[in-house]
Every structure is written in structure tokens, then in C-alpha cells.
Design a binder for this molecule. Sequence first.
Ligand code: SF4
Ligand code: SF4
Length: 162
Amino acid sequence: MTTPTLPGAGLLKGMAVTFKTMVKTLIRPGRYLATVNYPKEKEIPVPRARGVIALDQEACTVCMLCARSCPDWCIYIEGHKEEKPPDKPGGRVRVRATLDRFDIDYALCMYCGICVEVCPFDALFWSPEYEYSEYEMGDMLHDMDRLQDWLATVPEPPPLES
Ligand code: SF4
Ligand code: SF4
């Protein structure tokens, strides 16, 4: 059997929480603020924050695994095969896949990180950079050169535990 509640009890409870938070904020301003006055003030994200995805073009083998695994279908990849000279005289001609296009549409991306997780060749990394908002939706599509530029902002991995 449920206990009957007084009319307006929920409202009073909510007001009590609001009042308590207001007093705490007045006593110690800054400590309880949940927001900052962006862009005048900026928060420093943690090093492993999911800000933007960086691409290492050299490491990418155009395997398409990231594009096939992306739940939002917002990775667009095109490539072609190129013949490379043999490593040593008399060796076989090598065939290497080369990227023609690698775009990520951040207007669709939901920052799940699946693409970074599934890449078998360590070609995708998270960078904590987050300042890339645009006025036009179409400008949220980052091409492979822009994704490569983000690589410089990827933090070093933490040292291995001994
Ligand atoms: S983070 Fe998720 S949604 Fe965004 S590109 Fe990668 S797999 Fe797709
Ligand atoms: S999974 Fe990695 S190697 Fe394969 S296409 Fe994506 S970024 Fe390139």
C-alpha cells in the first residue's frame, strides 16, 4: 500500500534542493558552477576526451572496416590499388591500397568511438580538440587532409604499467 503524499510536497522538495544549491553557490562561487562563460572562458578537456577523430593516412590500408562498422554511416572512403616496386631486386611487385577519399561527417557522427576501436591498423585516434563548430552544416564534413591535421593534437598514450 502506498503512503498518501501531501499535495505540493514534490514542489516543496524541489524548491528545497534549489534553495540549498543557491546558498552553496553564493558561499563558494565557482566551485558549484556547472557551466563556464564560453568562449571567454574555456574548459580544458581530459587528454583522452572524444573531441575529434584524427586519421593517419600512412597507416590506413583502405580496409573499410571503420566505414562498415559506423552506426551512422558517416565515414566515406574511396581508394585504389597501386603497384609498388619490389623490396629487393628480383622480388615480386607489391600492390598497395591508397586512399583517394576519407571523409567523416561530424554533423552525423555520434562520437561512439567504434571506428577508432575497430581499426586494425591504428590509423584512427581521438583528439581532445573540440573547437570546430561551423555556421554551415556541410562544413562539418572533414576531408582526409583535415583529419590528418588533427593528428598533431593527439596526446601521447599513457606509459605502460610495469
Ligand atoms: S565515432 Fe561512431 S558515429 Fe562517429 S564516425 Fe566513428 S563510428 Fe561513426
Ligand atoms: S579501419 Fe583503419 S585501416 Fe581500415 S579503412 Fe578505416 S582507418 Fe583505414
